[in-house]
Design a protein around this ligand. Structure first.
Ligand SMILES: [Zn+2]
Length: 426
């Protein structure tokens, strides 16, 4: 399809409309990227790439472990305010900046998550190696946050006048056990005016996440009386029970299609080598393309924990010395969902890809976009340009080469769904 034809559809289609057959597409009127303000916003990036790198370094060096995003949020608030937005921090901790001058109350959100996976003691000073920047969190989500700030600034400087209200949001709760609470609060607050959410997460321009991967995070806890390794030998041991349960669980068969996975991610318990522990805990991450498989696997985990406890009780030498208790708790759950293939948002992304000369593949992933998608609100998650690697590791890196394409792609997608106020007058 010609780029011009796509833009017309974007500017005229209602959000979340059904498929528009080619024969009924309206005649060519204007191209988004021919609009002088949009051109000026697109040109802003090339002149400011060094400053965007500096911003990314500065934001990355402010620690933001899960549930401790406030300091970085305050920095984002200042950055978005200096970009000319009207900025608030909501009661959940999300930074919300409104681009003024919109003519309609319907809302389009551009978001980037604040949190990293790293604990407070992690060294987050950014190092330089050739063209690469290295630091935990530099790409995920230093890139997204720097892009959020840059796109807001470009829109302001270029006097973009959107039709729908655009909110630039740096949200809390995306990583670790945050359980997407920032995005949940945002969707709760702005539904039903919320028409689309574009999530900037990490680097690259190679993908677009339109399918939300459903997941559960659960914690199994086994407790017992605890005692001395020698004198209480035979007493049921929570670690033994957890190991027995774990071996059972990891032998669970999961389907290849729909793809279903599990990960025993964290295990803890015990106080010393010569004590029978009073507690053992296991955290498990379960993911599936199918909600049914997710439910099945979670109940399999419960059965395995129960069986592990039973095995341990049956083999303990002296059952008079107490018994074991167990529980399995849900730490978090990410709902699934999918963007309809003929949505305006995906058409906007495809048109932006075509304009910048990019090709991207559809992906299923677990991101902030899960929340709007599970609420039937159009959403995608995309990288914010450049290249990165080693996400969630201490060796995380980012290379800004190619960032400009990612910024333009995100901006054009955003304006494709927000529309421009001037369009009607043309
Ligand atoms: Zn991320």
């Amino acid at each position: 399809m010609k780029r011009a034809a796509l833009w017309v559809i974007l500017l005229t289609m209602p959000v979340r409309s059904a498929s528009v057959p080619p024969s009924t597409r309206p005649a060519l009127r204007a191209q988004l990227a021919d609009n002088p303000e949009v051109r000026s916003a697109l040109d802003w990036f090339a002149r400011n790439l060094a400053a965007i790198n500096e911003q990314q370094i500065r934001l990355t060096e402010i620690p933001a472990p899960p549930f401790q995003e406030a300091q970085r949020a305050a920095a984002l608030k200042a950055v978005l305010a200096s970009a000319g937005l009207d900025v608030q921090i909501d009661s959940t901790g999300n930074v919300i900046g409104e681009l003024l001058r919109a003519t309609e109350k319907e809302i389009v959100v551009l978001s980037a998550h604040l949190a990293t996976v790293f604990p407070p003691s992690t060294e987050v000073k950014v190092r330089h190696e050739g063209n690469r920047l290295l630091a935990p969190g530099i790409s995920d989500n230093g890139t997204g946050l720097a892009a959020l700030a840059a796109i807001a600034r470009a829109c302001h400087e270029a006097h973009i006048k959107p039709r729908r209200t655009i909110l630039f949001v740096a949200d809390v709760g995306e990583e670790g056990e945050g359980n997407l609470r920032g995005m949940r609060a945002l969707v709760d607050a702005y539904r039903p005016k919320l028409k689309a959410v574009i999530v900037l997460d990490g680097s690259g321009t190679d993908h677009v996440t339109t399918k939300a991967l459903a997941s559960r995070r659960v914690e199994a806890t086994i407790t017992g009386p605890g005692g001395h390794s020698w004198s209480d030998f035979g007493m049921p041991n929570p670690i033994n029970a957890l190991v027995r349960a774990s071996v059972r669980f990891i032998n669970t068969r999961v389907p290849v299609a729909p793809r279903t996975t599990f990960n025993l991610g964290q295990i803890e318990g015990g106080t010393s080598v010569n004590s029978i522990p009073y507690e053992a805990k296991l955290k498990v991450d379960i993911r599936s393309e199918s909600e049914d498989e997710l439910v099945k696997l979670e109940s399999a985990l419960r059965e395995c924990i129960a069986a592990g406890v039973r095995d341990e009780m049956e083999s303990a030498r002296d059952r008079t010395k107490g018994k074991l208790e167990w529980k399995v708790e849900l730490l978090g759950s990410r709902p699934g969902g999918e963007l309809p293939p003929h949505s305006t948002l995906l058409a906007a992304l495809r048109a932006a890809d075509e304009y910048v000369g990019n090709q991207s593949r559809i992906e299923r992933s677990s991101t902030d976009a899960n929340v709007p998608l599970s609420n039937s609100i159009d959403a995608i998650s995309i990288g914010a340009g450049g290249a990165g690697g080693g996400a969630h590791s201490l060796n995380e890196w980012y290379d800004p080469a190619g960032r400009e394409m990612g910024l333009k792609r995100a901006l054009l997608t955003l304006l494709g769904v927000s529309g421009l106020a001037e369009e009607k007058a043309r």
